[in-house]
Design a protein around this ligand. Structure first.
Ligand code: ADP
Length: 880
């Protein structure tokens, strides 16, 4: 399709960009044309009209210039990339140019306070480089790793909104990219391949951070350099204009943090539940932050707990002090309540999108720092790390900037930055002079009506201004004969006439000139001020991070106090010993029964048995979450807890839950198991729930059995293993560090009597499984439940069960075949298999006879002496 005129221009610009959509400024509107118009019409419910251009008509949809942002946001948040072409004046009319491409990872206008990461993944020489940038805060992280699983785990932690795969990752043999797509909602963008080339990437980084800074970061591998350089190049290319907010590149080692694979993060429901809800997650439960930056920090701590005791202990010291000092804690939170998101404001200042109100927010938030310093000077906090944290930013520089903003900005500035009224008197002599003259002219005008009334004797006289007439003198009809000669009439209304005079016109011109000059001067001054704020981006980020950290600590303390949590004793390395522990989320909605956990050197592997729904998963997750919370620097839900630092938590929980999530069960289950068995070390905590459940009994038991041996013998990590395979409990007798524990139950569920789940964990194995009872509770039809009990008993006692059949509609069931558990085969035959082929593994007739007699005996009604003699006779016959 060729087109001329405005649509032609649109299509030409569109062909220059690889963005999905183009919004092109046409005067006071941004317009979408052709297919783009139809698309946004559908997606955003915009009215689509027809535009005629050189003989053809095209769909057209537009939004007013000032309203573009929410539409952009809506499109970008749905994963589209939108190019924006602005119109600018030229000597002969105007021209248009694409000024930026808004993408999910470079959307500065977001109103969502969560972090918004743009990630890039590169593979170079067998290593992966991963860079993560949040353009809204300037945070910029980079790491390298050898394993694709690490990359996935990190992506899951940071939950990026957009991912840039490097060229090798794009066509890599492994399915990394497919898994990224499967596991995250991130938009995947194919960015210019050249930007990933290590040489070019390094140059980009050096330009941004300077040689010294880059060298001190110690980016030891080209993969990291390539990833970081590509992200920067992309940010620059989209024109979001926040490069100056990227003040530091932080290389991090995933090894500083607890290893949490993506599955574990989901299973433990750290930031959202298995169903994808934020409510009910660990984060939502413990979050009492008062600022959005604090909430981001808390999320980071929970998803990236530490491995080093120094940081953990420092946080615990602060949480401890804050939880004891109730008044000071309240004061800290009250002070923080006035803080805005400084990291975000810094990015807005550097991109030039901050308005006067934003700079006032910067000013007000800078004022929080001294108030916070005062609050943590409280005697009960003075010995804690808090004063040190609060004093880390350059308080003097912060105070200077605050003063500067205070002296510059008017208290209630207008939203538009070009119309004046932004700045205070006394800030700039030239502006003051303009304002003096402006006010002089205004005074003259304000007094004009009174002066003219006095001079002319006219009573109905007023001075006013409107758009079409400018300034005018208005005189009531009855007195128009009395107006002086120099009045020139400009308009007649029903009851009055409007006049002007040479002097009034002169004054009007002066006022307009002054207004314009004031607007321009103020805008210039404002931009200079904003640039000076932008130049302090690093300071603002530092202050912002400090406030966020204190907010997160105060939040942890608040939760600890409200739920009666206790400070864990973090040891390195060491056992996990929890007294009266609770599940941090379940305890808030249930009357929770506390439990002990003890994983020590001599019992590192606990086999957890108990009926379905008795609380096994909860118990194991509770143990994992207590470790995770402790290593995040939080108090924990327990009466007391000793937590040996672990290097990673790996879980494989509930095939059945996964089924609800629509993921194929057994293959996924085995992949996850495989990942755990490869990744876990002696220092890890492994939680396995019902491994092997997704397949047939023999398969399942075999896998569970072998896994237990492998984890115990080879890995030697701390492990909690819940199983419904009762057979496994025998392993505890043979593997020295394996112990059985079970969830206590009252009643045995036989014959329909009531099973009560006591939820307490006791030593030793359960004596049986209670699945049939749960089937009963769940309303499975009576005959099925009864028959299940029967089958279960027969399997236990005889290791064989007959298959019953009946003609449809008849209740008369007859035995069709017998399944022999020991042999694993079916015996078929006329009446259930006694006739026909005798399977090899069936018992000799003598033994069968003994068993038949044993079954027939009525224990209740046989006198003990007779019973004894029967038993003796059976024994004799068996010996024979
Ligand atoms: P299982 O893994 O044995 O099938 P779950 O751990 O899923 O059982 O627990 C079943 C139910 O019991 C859950 O709804 C859970 O909230 C509740 N529950 C588990 N442990 C406790 C406890 N210690 N106190 C109170 N309720 C509990």
């Amino acid at each position: 399709m060729t087109a001329d005129g405005i649509v032609g221009e649109f299509l030409a610009l569109k062909s220059e960009t690889d963005a999905d959509l183009l919004a092109m400024q046409c005067g006071d509107f941004y317009e979408f044309f052709a297919e783009d118009a139809e698309f946004v019409g559908d997606e955003l419910d915009l009215k689509v009209s027809e535009k005629s251009s050189h003989g053809s008509t095209y769909p057209m949809a537009g939004v007013p210039v000032d309203d573009l942002t929410p539409y952009l946001k809506a499109l970008v948040e749905r994963g589209y990339r939108v190019a924006v072409a602005d119109q600018y004046e030229t000597d002969d009319g105007h021209a248009r140019e694409i000024t930026r491409v808004v993408t999910p990872g470079t959307l500065l206008e977001t109103t969502d306070p969560s972090a918004q990461f743009l990630a890039s993944v590169v593979a170079v020489d067998g290593r992966y480089g991963l860079a993560l940038a949040d353009v809204t805060t300037g945070e910029f992280l980079v790491t390298t790793t050898e394993s694709a699983a690490d990359v996935l785990a990190e992506l899951h932690r940071f939950d990026p909104v957009e991912v840039l795969p490097g060229p090798t990752v794009r066509d890599e043999e492994t399915d990394l990219l497919a898994r990224v797509r499967e596991r995250t909602d991130a938009a995947v963008t194919d960015h210019d391949e050249a930007a990933f080339a290590p040489g070019r990437a390094e140059r980009t980084l050096r330009e941004q951070f300077g040689d010294a800074a880059l060298d001190s970061v110690g980016l030891d591998h080209r993969a990291g350099v390539a990833a970081a350089g590509a992200v920067l190049a992309y940010v620059e290319e989209t024109g979001v204009g926040v490069l100056d907010a990227m003040t530091r590149l932080q290389a991090y080692d995933p090894g500083d943090h607890l290893d949490l694979d993506a599955t574990t993060q989901r299973n433990l429901e750290l930031t959202e539940t298995m169903h994808g809800d934020r409510g009910g997650s660990l984060l939502a439960t413990v979050d009492h932050t008062v600022t959005s930056a604090g909430r981001r920090r808390l999320r980071e701590w929970l998803t990236r707990p530490r491995r080093d005791r120094t940081v953990i202990d420092r946080r615990l010291d602060s949480v401890g002090a804050l939880s004891e000092a109730a008044l000071a804690r309240d004061r800290v939170r009250e002070v923080l309540d006035d803080a805005y998101d400084l990291e975000r404001l810094a990015a807005k200042a550097t991109s030039g999108s901050a308005d006067a109100a934003d700079l006032l927010r910067v000013r007000d938030t800078l004022s929080v720092l001294p108030a916070l310093a005062e609050a943590v000077a409280d005697s009960r906090l003075a010995e804690s790390p808090l004063p040190g944290i609060v004093n880390r930013p350059d308080r003097e520089a912060a105070a200077d900037l605050r003063t500067e903003l205070d002296e510059a900005l008017a208290d209630d500035p207008p939203k538009t930055v070009t119309e004046g009224g932004l700045l205070r008197r006394g800030y700039d002599p030239e502006l003051d002079d303009l304002l003096d003259r402006y006010e002089g002219a205004r005074e003259w005008l304000d007094g004009l009506a009174d002066r003219e009334k006095a001079r002319t004797g006219i009573t109905h006289l007023q001075v006013d201004r409107n758009k079409t007439d400018g300034y005018y003198v208005q005189v009531g009809k009855s007195e128009t004969d009395d107006v002086p000669d120099e009045y020139r009439e400009i308009k007649t209304l029903k009851n009055s006439r409007r006049y002007t005079t040479d002097e009034l016109e002169e004054r009007e011109r002066e006022i307009l000139r002054l207004e314009e000059a004031r607007g321009e001067l103020e805008y210039d001054l404002f931009r200079e001020l904003r640039d000076r704020v932008a130049a302090r981006a690093e300071l603002l980020q530092e202050v912002g991070r400090t406030l966020a950290a204190v907010d997160a600590l105060a939040s942890l303390a608040t939760h600890a106090v409200s739920q009666d949590w206790t400070r864990p004793d973090v040891v390195e390395p060491g056992p996990l010993v929890v007294e009266a522990g609770r599940h941090p989320v379940v305890e808030t909605t249930t009357d929770f029964v506390p439990n002990d956990v003890s994983l020590r050197e001599d019992r590192r592997f606990l086999l957890v048995t108990g009926p379905n729904m008795s609380g096994k998963s909860t118990y194991m997750r509770q143990a994992a979450l207590i470790v995770l919370l402790a290593q995040a620097g939080s108090f924990v839900p327990a009466r007391s807890a000793t937590v040996g630092v672990v290097d990673g938590i790996y879980t494989r929980v509930g095939a059945l839950d996964e089924l609800a999530g629509g993921r194929s069960t057994f293959m996924v289950e085995m992949q996850e198991l495989s990942n755990i068995l490869h990744s876990a070390t002696e220092e890890s905590l492994v939680v396995l729930d019902e491994v092997g459940r997704g397949t047939a009994t023999y398969d399942g038991i075999s896998i569970a059995w072998a896994t237990t041996e492998y984890v115990h013998n080879r890995i030697g990590c701390k492990c909690l293993f819940a199983t419904h395979y009762h057979e496994l409990t025998a392993l505890a007798d043979h593997l020295p560090r394996v112990e059985n524990v079970h969830v206590a139950v009252a009643g045995d569920g036989d014959d329909g009597d009531d099973v009560t789940f006591l939820r307490t964990i006791e030593e030793g194995p359960t004596d049986r499984s209670y699945g049939v009872h749960v089937a009963d509770l769940a309303g499975v039809p009576g005959p099925v439940v009864d028959r299940s009990r029967d089958v279960l008993d027969r399997l236990r006692e005889e290791r064989a069960i007959e298959a019953r059949g009946a003609e449809t509609g008849s209740d008369d069931e007859t035995t069709q075949a017998v399944f022999d558990l020991s042999a694993g085969t079916m015996r078929t035959g006329a009446d259930g298999g006694t006739a026909g082929d005798e399977p090899e593994a069936s018992l000799p007739a003598d033994i069968e006879a003994v068993l038949d007699e044993l079954e027939a005996v009525n224990v209740e009604e046989t006198p003990p002496v007779e019973l004894l003699s029967k038993v003796q006779s059976w024994q004799r016959r068996l010996e024979d």
